[in-house]
Design a protein around this ligand. Structure first.
Ligand code: CP
Length: 304
């Protein structure tokens, strides 16, 4: 039984195959309408979500399956003190596959140890978010026509931004990708991402605090929100939240074909004026999220 806890649970070949299926779904959705008939997906969200939970549910419904779950830990028995292990052991009796989000890093790994059905990590604290990575990869592949040989800038909260950590994991498996890490000193990417991922794979990277200086060299810009919910100090969050705001004015110095990605939700780090710029891809990312999750559910359930 295969789980998806980290994007590194899949090889490059497996990821490419998933992206192929997701691309086919995007144009031939009707072919897949009954692929998961009589299958049940449980979505257990101990943390808030709009895109991830609803795209998982939409994905399963579009495959002909059914869904159940909760979107608020307070409406589950975890509020009475039930452990993640026990919750998963119970929900395994009611479903064929589980997508879970949890504020604690490693909770999906703990879940996988007591589950009798595949577990999908839909975001664990400031650690990983592998299904967002599949979404990001499909968007980059669609926009650039390749997943090798480009320069990507990650901008914003690189410390707590789990989507950044997972996407770097995935890009480190590819060839010729250069990373520009743009953040305030306080929100730099964790050391383990540098040593255990980028250094280990010989990935070229640089760190800067200056978005405007970095912009002209980027093929892809991955903006992120400052993750308020992970801060211990409200004052520190307020001091850092407006560190970077992307505007049409700043984009004048960027490449004409640079792709702008953002996992969303956005607060104010991308001005709404940028939405109409042809380089803005973040709402296309949202759509791709459903296709990759349909492909993933089929793969983990062993559906051809
Ligand atoms: N990108 C993302 O994870 O969005 P949600 O928090 O709305 O699921």
């Amino acid at each position: 039984m295969k789980n998806l806890l980290s994007i590194t649970d899949f090889s490059v070949a497996e990821i490419d195959e998933l992206l192929e299926v997701a691309s086919d779904i995007s144009v031939n959705g009707e072919k897949y309408a009954e692929k998961c008939k009589n299958k049940i997906l449980a979505t257990l969200f101990f943390e808030p979500s709009t895109r991830t939970r609803l795209s998982f549910e939409s994905a399963m419904l579009s495959l002909g399956g059914k869904t159940l779950g909760f979107s608020d830990a307070n409406s589950s028995s975890s509020s009475k003190g039930e452990s993640v292990s026990d919750t998963i052991r119970v929900v395994s009796c009611y479903s064929d596959i589980i997508a879970m989000r949890h504020p604690k890093e490693g909770a999906p790994l703990v879940a996988s140890m007591s589950s009798t059905v595949p577990i999908i990590n839909a975001g664990d604290g400031g650690h990983n978010h592998p299904t967002q990575t599949l979404t990001d990869l499909l968007t980059i592949k669609t926009e650039k026509g390749k997943l090798d040989d480009f320069v990507i800038g990650f901008c914003g909260d690189l410390k707590f931004g789990r989507t950044v950590h997972s996407l770097i994991d995935a890009l480190a498996m590819r060839k010729g990708i250069k990373v520009v890490l743009i953040s305030p000193e306080e929100l730099k990417v964790p050391d383990y991402v540098k040593t255990d991922v980028m250094d280990k794979h010989g990935m070229e990277y640089e760190e800067t605090t200056d978005l405007e200086k970095a912009l002209p060299k980027l093929d892809v810009l991955y903006m992120t929100r400052v993750q308020q919910e992970r801060f211990f100090s409200e004052d520190e969050y307020l001091r850092l939240r407006d560190s970077y705001i992307l505007t049409l004015d700043k984009l004048q110095n960027a490449k004409k074909d640079m792709s702008i990605l953002h996992p969303l939700p956005r607060v104010n780090e991308i001005s709404v004026d940028v939405d109409k710029d042809p380089r803005a891809c973040y709402f296309k990312q949202v759509q791709n999220g459903k296709y990759v999750r349909m492909a993933l559910i089929m793969k983990l359930l062993g559906v051809k």
